[in-house]
Design a protein. Sequence first.
Length: 365
Amino acid sequence: MKKGCLVLAVIGAVASMSCMNSAAVAAPPSKPLTVAVFGDWPYSDALLANAPLLYNSVNNDPDVKLVIHVGDIHSGSMPCTGAGLNPIPATSKPLWNQGVFNIFQQFKDPVVYTPGDNEWTDCHKTKEGSSGDPLKELAAVRNLFFPYPGVTLGGVGKEGKEVESQADEFEEEYPADAQFVENVMWKQSQVVFVTLNVPGSNNDGLPWKGGTGSFLNEDARNKEVAERNAANLRWLDKAFHKAKKAAGVVIALQANMWDPEALLPGGDGLNNYDAFVQALANHAVAFGRPVLLLNGDSHLYGADQPLADATSATGMIHHTQAVPNLTRITVQGSTNTPNEWLKLTIDPSSANVFTWSNVCYLACS
């Protein structure tokens, strides 16, 4: 008799055997999941004041169970908070991030946020009023938006969603990875989600100029870039390892790593994304099932397969192999009308796994 079988003998009757192997019991199919995605918001005081239009639109959609913000919580011409500086620059807006945080807490569902370049990388720039030290601004973003590693921001009257954070899940031989509390992952509806701190401005590839020059510290910037890039690659590795039996993978980050404007004369360039894009290509090809990349940065909605053809304009930017199963969505930013959020539906039972549409909440025609 197999271990775990239950034999029921009945006197005067034929003995009957009932054996249930738990491994043979099919798990219930995962339900479709709908996620609201937006980024490059809010870019002005007026948009912050109009925030109820956004969160009410999302909250009133009964399908939505999760919210993702892909970075940039103020515009590239607005000042940063002056965090950690004494005196605080007169050009700074010390309470801006707190205002955005308060808005995030108005969503009824958990909010997952990954930082963009405007709120830390670019704070040294003259067009942002030379109003912040990039590393001090990043530290302030982490303290405010990621106070509890492994827990997202919560919805109204709710605790946050439990996730895996790199601050908790780093490898012992790479202790520097523990600083990346903003890098999280989780599995839901048979899909693995992962966020990574990959900002615009050529992945923090520009010298920290501006102000009195006190932010110009190439040693510190190079150290930041090296540590973050290495941590991101390890976190991406972990996500795809977690996804071995998943129906798909969703990657959320800020940078448009195929931004044509960055390649124009005087542009920021895109070369500092090469290693990450190559790693993404390798993982996606090996995975073989749908991979969806969500990014902001360019402010104008678009969906494409940037690596499907290695000889195309986008395919030749980072010189990877062809990746036919990678789809990229750039979400609509708040500087363009209509103001929209992306309604992403994940159905692991469908061949394509991912479907989406845009939902207008302001300046709708």
